[in-house]
Design a binder for this molecule. Sequence first.
Ligand SMILES: [Fe+2]
Length: 372
Amino acid sequence: MFAISPEELKKRIDAGKVGFMLDLRNEDEFAAWRIEGRSEIETINIPRTDFVGEEERYLVRLPQDRQIVTICAHGDSSRDSAEYLRNHGFDSVSLDGGMDAWSELYESRKISDRPDIYQIFRVARGCISHLVVSGSEAVVIDAVRHVDRFIGLAYSLRARIVHVLDTHLHADHISGGLEVAGRTGAHYHISPDDAGAAAYSYQPLRDGDVVSFGRSRIETFVSPGHTPGSTSFLLDERFLFTGDTVMKASIGRPDLGGRVDEWAHLLYDTLFQRYEKFRDDLIVLPTHAASLREQDADGVVRTTIGDARKSGDLYQKKEFPEFLAFIKESLPESPDRYQEIRKVNLGLLDPDEAKRKELEIGKNLCGMAKTA
Ligand SMILES: [Fe+2]
């Protein structure tokens, strides 16, 4: 009763019913990553080490007319602080399991019929995977590492996963693609331009390849830039899985390989030449969102090629020098752990669960910071 689950918190955030949050993590953790909603939620950060024992000093900063959700890393100190606040006349609940639990919150939504597409959204990180079911067969695109999400969903739909596709070698999160394939007997596909150094075998994706399943077909279009092997998948001429090439409010950053000029050129050619052939009404299903604001009212992250072309400054920069200059001034930080995650995704490192969790702390930073 005095704790709130991540699922319930997300529901209340979506309904605009969270009025105030008190985040007790240290300042660095808070600056790097915090709970956000589709609209602004008033949040203050008072590190636990300052707050505990000195609570009275801070009470004037807390509202008495709204519920206060207390948050910490694992849900322990937030529980104690919520109790302290209740004992002092405040309405307060603690986020059960803290940011650890929030980090593993997923939402699954069915977003189309025939083929049946399910969007699986990792809320805290903005990572998006898709399961597509056609007839009795299924394909998973950009699986994250909590693979039971996909295997369980396919099982409940009585569909057999026959192909697993990664749009690119991810740097921000650990892919579950190879594991899903291994556990289901499906084929795992990725571009050799990204996975050339991989320690495992895979089906190399090449331009124009067609992956058939059930009554559906996926056509492969190489779309380099975010990575050299970035690939887009056109499903039944209607849906375009863009990976991190085109997102709803951004485009994929081309600097993660340390060769920004070269990769930016590839990205420029992809956006203004290779993507030229795509109709405006194609529905874009990306692999990342930078914030929950990219969810539609129904919770789905989607756009169209036409809307992506119209929105965001980066898609307007028609001359390459201007495009490159804008990219360089908009680049977000590049966390060191991204190089380690790439090695995990190549099968060159095999960290334990605690390390995997640590590598995935925080939001994804796959898109450009400034897009509009
Ligand atoms: Fe990416």
